[in-house]
Design a protein around this ligand. Structure first.
Ligand code: HEM
Length: 504
């Protein structure tokens, strides 16, 4: 071989080596605050962490990174970043965090926190099972329509006096998920159900990261302690207690089903489908039925129950609050619905004929981003994102709120304007950049159910009531709207007035 060719080959090899090394070196990480041994970046960020994450687009741009409690964290601050991570490189970005909690309390199980082949099988099974009981089909439509009427009756019983939206909305939405999962309207049948709802609320609202500076120091050393000791500390202990109460409740439902259900019968709900599938796969190899363990059943039911209740109920509470504060819009929607449907209750088939309602819900999901910083993912391999290096086992937050308030996607994002999604022919034109349910392999499992609920409940409310707000509540709007830094951004406690329209 010519010396020149050898020199070129060696040069090319060295260039390739150093280029790859640069990608892998920390200098090619996204920007972010400094990190020091033991404390990571905790001295530079503000807590609650999720509130601080919302400010990172202004500080660091589209993608940023920092280190907390020994974990590298990456934040996706634009639609392009979320799409590239969760769609283009979904195979590397679809894991979930592994920590003492997911290992010791959740047993690496369930729909929300699990990952790997067992989670994949469970997700596939769950989507199929819930579809069979009407996810996105007429079964759930009937269930939701019935609960919408129950909700209206409950609100009507307040006789036009200020009433909290929290319990009635949560109960109505819970009854839908309970019907699909447990086969009964547990929320109405179990007298202690309100207590369960408040536990769920604590789970989704509590911010694990809101901490006192002293706690920051304790947290920094936590990873050097035994899991048992960590779980006995005040905050983790409280969370474990809440989880265990939800698990016990779910286990009670499973036990009752196991005692009564004959696996030869056609399953009628998620638990029965799980038991039937387990029976069907009795002789299958272990790999094929690894997702059908008792722990997986217990955790996935509580996942459906937790993820399916607080999210939809709080989206509806934001919608009711917004209508109460914007009577012009409320009257416009009410006369629009009256014009299209008269007084008959809505059905899903009405959706194409109600583009303004579709646009209103779409805008509500943008404006009141319910899960502002997403549910964190984990990289399962070293990855590249928008030219940056993201190491394996990085925890990845999607700043959905930043995507929804990006003025390049939504001019004048602080203005609530459903008409931005109505085209010149009067048709509803949704934006792919509105991602309340996230996107990709880990996107929300209950999206089609939630969309049906939002439509049927919202139309029913607009038809039935003139919604108002007492002066005492209008004076504390900042407090009602404040984000506590939990996974879900729900409105703070407040009361609204529901006056029947047909009383006019
Ligand atoms: C308006 C209502 C809802 C919103 C805004 C919402 C939003 C979300 C978001 C942002 C995620 C995280 C996706 C990701 O990690 O990238 C998620 C996951 C999930 N949601 Fe929902 N959700 C809603 C309703 C529901 C309902 C009704 C159910 C149950 C029937 C449900 C069940 C789940 C489950 C099981 C997951 C975990 C999926 C996985 O990790 O593979 N959600 N949801």
């Amino acid at each position: 071989m010519e010396p020149m060719t050898i020199a070129l080959a060696v040069g090319a090899a060295l260039f390739g080596y150093f280029a790859a090394k640069k990608l892998r070196s920390p200098s090619n990480l996204p920007p972010g605050p400094p990190a020091v041994p033991i404390f990571g970046s905790s001295l530079w960020i503000q807590f609650p962490m999720r509130c601080w994450i919302l400010k990172t687009p202004q500080l660091y741009g589209q993608v940023c990174t920092f280190v907390l409690d020994g974990r590298r964290i990456c934040v996706l601050n634009s639609y392009e970043a979320v799409r590239e991570a969760f769609l283009t490189h979904s195979s590397n970005f679809s894991g979930r965090q592994v920590n003492i909690f997911t290992t010791k309390v959740l047993g690496n199980s369930g729909l929300l926190a699990g990952d790997g082949p067992k989670w994949k099988q469970l997700r596939r099974f769950s989507l199929q099972a819930l579809r069979d009981f009407g996810f996105g089909k007429s079964g759930s439509e009937e269930t939701i329509a019935r609960e919408a009427q129950e909700l209206i009756a409950a609100l009507e019983s307040s006789n036009g006096q200020p009433t909290s939206t929290s319990v009635p909305f949560n109960k109505a939405v819970s009854n839908v998920i309970c019907s699909l999962v447990f086969g009964s309207r547990v929320a109405d049948e179990d007298p202690s159900f309100e207590e369960k709802l408040s536990l769920i609320n604590k789970l989704t609202q509590t911010s694990a990261e809101s901490r006192h500076p002293l706690l920051t120091i304790t947290m920094a050393f936590q990873r050097f302690l035994s899991p048992e000791l960590v779980l006995s500390m005040p905050f983790p202990k409280k969370m474990v207690g809440i989880f265990n109460s939800v698990f016990n409740f779910c286990q009670g439902q499973i036990d009752a089903k196991e005692a009564a259900y004959n696996t030869a019968d056609e399953p009628r709900d998620y638990i029965e489908a799980f038991l039937a599938e387990r029976h069907r796969l009795t002789d299958a190899p272990q790999d094929a039925k690894a997702h059908l363990s008792n722990k997986n059943l217990q955790v996935s039911i509580s996942d459906l129950f937790v993820a399916g209740t607080d999210t939809t109920a709080n989206s509806l509470r934001w919608i009711a609050l917004h209508l109460a504060l914007n009577s012009d819009l409320q009257e416009r929607l009410a006369s629009y619905v009256k014009d299209k449907l008269g007084d008959r209750p809505p059905v899903m088939g009405d959706r194409p004929n109600l583009p303004l309602i579709e646009a209103f819900i779409h805008e509500a999901q943008r404006y009141y981003t319910l899960v502002p910083t997403g549910v964190p993912h984990r990289t399962t391999a070293d990855a590249e994102l928008l030219g940056y290096f993201i190491p394996k086992d990085t925890v990845v937050f999607s700043n959905i709120q930043a995507v929804h308030s990006d003025p390049t996607n939504f001019p004048d994002p602080e203005t609530f304007d459903p008409d931005r999604f109505i085209d010149s022919a009067g048709k509803f034109r949704p934006s792919e950049r509105i991602i309340p349910f996230s996107i990709g392999k880990r996107s929300c499992l209950g999206e089609s159910l939630a969309r049906m609920e939002l439509f049927l409940f919202a139309v029913s409310l607009v038809q039935a009531f003139r919604i108002g707000i007492p002066d005492s509540e209008s004076n504390r709007l900042d407090e009602i709207r404040r984000y506590s830094g939990g996974v879900v951004h729900s409105p703070g406690p407040h009361e609204l007035i529901f006056q029947r329209r047909d009383d006019d």
